[in-house]
Design a protein around this ligand. Structure first.
Ligand SMILES: [Zn+2]
Length: 343
């Protein structure tokens, strides 16, 4: 029998503080209802102001050096690669202000970069809805073209590393688009898990998860069109937020309004992160483009370490060696902070 469980347990560390007081430090261990992975919430750190988050960091010193950036014009034309003629006759794809071209350093058989526009440094929370929508639409057009060229490349994803602290090589904002015949780990796991769940229940796991979350209410944030936004129950990143489009499994079948609604949720999340003085984040949206896929569409966003001098990395040996993400804030608090940005 498949299950969807929201498990929490608490453990307590007993310490004597430096001023001699015996005290208890609770740690909550949560198990992810979909993946079964555990994470930890170390509440005692939530009151501590992390380094580099008192204010939104200033723009980096090279924020004005558009002449050094291959994504800025006029360099774009000469310094970025093009698609082979057979894939796209004009070499690069354009949608409104967005330009999409192959990744010079591909991570998959199909790996592209989609620019929002010619703006080189865009402070978090200041992007516009049309530029995000166009960029997503350009990614969708690229994925549709892959579908026609190589129908076996079903493992598709759109992702973003905003600023180098989140993994971005270049400051200039862009989305990454990937497709491959070989499944990345998350696709591989989620394809299997959602298939087993659907076989056992005849339901979509993310639809059911949303039902549970709606009943509970403490992590629900709001809607943008058909997308429903919530704080992840067992986060694997700081201030992790999900946007679920229940019942939909294909990125290729979304219409322009669904992409615009997704863009609105991403911008709302950015404005939340800005209010928390965070400037780096990751975004991701995965699909398995098979007719029988049970993996419903779910966008994930999480804060990464600030891109500022001498800020510590958010992945410590606890994440890399013990394998549990340790965040500091309850997801219910993340939802409470996020709700105003959806109104
Ligand atoms: Zn640039």
């Amino acid at each position: 029998m498949e299950g969807l469980f929201f498990q929490k347990e608490r453990v307590t560390a007993h310490i004597v503080t430096p001023d001699g007081v015996r005290t208890e430090r609770p740690i909550e261990i949560r198990t992810h209802p979909v993946t079964g992975r555990r994470c930890r919430i170390t509440f005692s750190r939530s009151a501590e102001k992390e380094s580099g988050t008192r204010n939104l960091p200033d723009p980096p010193p090279h924020a004005g050096r558009t002449d050094l950036c291959p994504f800025c014009r006029p360099q774009l034309e000469k310094q970025t690669p093009r698609f082979p003629n057979a894939f796209h006759p004009s070499g690069r794809m354009v949608q409104g202000s967005s330009v999409l071209f192959p990744n010079l350093f591909p991570y998959a058989a199909y790996s592209a970069v989609s620019l929002f526009d010619d703006r080189h440094f865009v402070e978090i929370g200041t992007a516009t809805l049309p530029e995000y929508t166009d960029c997503f639409l350009n990614c969708a057009a690229y994925l549709k073209r892959i579908r026609q060229t190589d129908p076996a490349a079903v493992y598709m994803g759109i992702a973003q590393n905003h600023l180098p602290s989140a993994g971005g090589s270049l400051l200039h904002p862009h989305l990454q688009v990937h497709a491959d015949r070989v499944a990345p780990n998350h696709h591989r796991f989620l394809a299997r898990r959602t298939r087993h769940y659907s076989d056992a229940t005849d339901r979509g796991i993310f639809s059911d998860l949303l039902d549970c979350e709606r009943r509970d209410g403490s992590r629900m944030i709001g809607r943008t069109g058909g997308w429903e936004w919530l704080a992840a129950f067992a986060p694997e990143g700081f201030y992790e937020i999900w946007g679920i489009l229940p019942g939909r499994t294909s990125l290729l079948g979304l219409d322009a309004s669904a992409w615009e609604d997704l863009a609105q949720g991403v911008l709302n999340t950015q404005r939340l992160y800005r209010s928390l003085c965070r400037n780096g984040y990751n975004f991701g949206l995965l699909s398995v483009e098979r007719g029988d896929s049970c993996l419903e569409l779910r966008a994930v966003m999480m804060v990464r370490s600030n891109y500022a001098a001498w800020v510590r990395n958010d992945h410590t040996s606890f994440e890399t060696m013990m394998g549990d993400m340790a965040t500091f804030h309850a997801p219910e608090e993340t939802a409470r902070l996020a709700i105003p940005f959806w109104q």
